[in-house]
Design a protein around this ligand. Structure first.
Ligand code: AFD
Ligand code: MN
Ligand code: MN
Length: 394
């Protein structure tokens, strides 16, 4: 039986990075529904993230976007100072080579050497921003791909991507990690250039020794066994971290654990298996990547962080010695029950104990609602930015 104290100690070391874009107005390609309290500037995003961290105690870093969060009139150091002012730090730097017009036919997989260089330069600029703000994580996702058979040369594109990532990797300081994210489809709908974990793994190996695979839980077809991929990447020492979210159908970016909490629990279970097997804590970047199109942004983030802590604590509860013995005697029902019972354990009392010990509110949602933070932010932001227009097809 795993002792409560052991799990409380593990929670002390558990942090999860929250994304700046999770606090901003977002939508689908069919349109955006604006929220008065949504953050419009990096200062407002850090303020919201700081509020979440103050309530939860486990979100010290904020993932930022190379284009959306770093404007020409603000130096990276000023952005880092803004974060500190709100009690958080800049976390992973996410280059953006997927939305500008010049990337219509791809970024580092573009047939044009000039566009490929432009994209690689932007990613290298993100490395510089990381150095300037003290971030050691470069988190790369490409929207590159093809929409039709015959549109492009799959292998030429593979080589261009590998070449660019190697060039970017060569500019990184020794302590920086390149996280390379894969995604089976969207925005490309026939062949995405980094479509699965195998392609990402091969590209990481080619890029250099500081490259690791980033697993976005929404980036798999519904039947894929994600925890098996996680176990393999961990065993190969090639897992860099996660973008957590949940989904019913595709990359829906829904609240973590809202559709299938057992799936995310099993991911944490495989990480704990790896820790039990090796005696080492894998250095993984736990990060949220969600778009809160309908829920109030901060409430969705509080739900996410609470769920992350719960599922992590549940995975820590699995008695791996007992599990190994049950597996050894092929006692299928016992082995399954040891894992499943940990998942079914209500860890909210344990989380309450942890929060109390850290002088944090036991019910973070109630504390947030009592603070009236959202109403104040809405009033201030309405006054500052004025009414929001549009919202139709994004
Ligand atoms: C989109 C992409 C990908 C990326 C994220 C942040 O699918 O997950 O990590 O935007 O740029 O969700
Ligand atoms: Mn992602
Ligand atoms: Mn995604």
């Amino acid at each position: 039986m795993v002792k409560t104290d052991e799990v409380l100690k593990r929670l002390d070391g558990f942090t999860i990075e929250i994304p700046s874009w999770g606090f901003a107005d977002t939508g689908t390609r069919f349109g955006k529904f604006f929220q008065d309290a949504a953050a419009a500037t990096i200062d407002e995003k850090f303020a919201d993230a700081g509020h979440v961290h103050a309530l939860t105690g486990c979100c010290p870093t904020v993932a930022v976007h190379g284009l959306w969060d770093f404007k020409k009139d603000q130096s990276p150091r000023e952005v880092a100072a803004l974060a500190r002012r709100h009690g958080v730090r800049v976390g992973s730097i996410n280059p953006n080579v997927f939305q500008d017009q010049q990337y219509k036919w791809g970024s580092i997989a573009n047939r044009s050497a000039e566009i490929r260089k432009m994209a690689a330069d932007h990613i290298i600029e993100s490395v510089r921003i990381g150095q300037a703000v003290g971030s050691n994580v470069l988190s790369i996702w490409l929207g590159d791909g093809l929409n039709y058979p015959g549109q492009g040369d799959i292998i030429a594109r593979k080589r261009w991507v590998a070449q660019a990532l190697k060039a970017v990797h060569a500019t990184m300081p020794a302590k920086m990690t390149m996280l390379l994210e894969y995604k089976p489809f969207e925005p490309a709908f026939y062949a995405t250039d980094i479509a699965d974990w195998g392609m990402a793994l091969l590209l990481c190996k080619a890029a250099g020794k500081q490259a690791r695979v980033l697993v976005d839980t929404g980036h798999h077809y519904p039947s894929v066994n994600i925890e098996q991929i996680v176990a393999w990447l961990l065993d190969e020492g090639m897992l860099g971290g996660f973008h957590f979210n949940d989904r019913k159908y595709a990359d829906d970016d829904l609240t973590m654990g809202s559709i299938d909490p057992y799936q995310t629990f099993r991911i944490f279970h495989e990480i704990e298996n790896h820790r039990f097997r090796t005696g080492k804590d894998p250095a993984l970047a736990y990060m949220v990547d969600q778009s809160h199109n309908l829920k109030p942004k901060i409430e969705a983030m509080l739900q996410t962080v609470d769920m992350a802590q719960q599922l992590y604590a549940k995975a820590c509860l699995v008695d791996r010695k007992e599990l190994a013995l049950a597996q050894g005697r092929e006692d299928l029902v016992a082995s399954e029950s040891i894992v499943r019972d940990a998942f079914l354990t209500d860890v909210r009392p344990l989380l309450a104990q942890w929060r109390k010990a850290h002088k944090l509110p036991i019910d973070t949602m109630a504390a947030h609602r009592e603070s009236r933070y959202e109403a104040r932010a809405a009033a201030e932001r309405r006054a500052c930015h004025g009414p929001k227009a549009g919202g139709g097809y994004a």
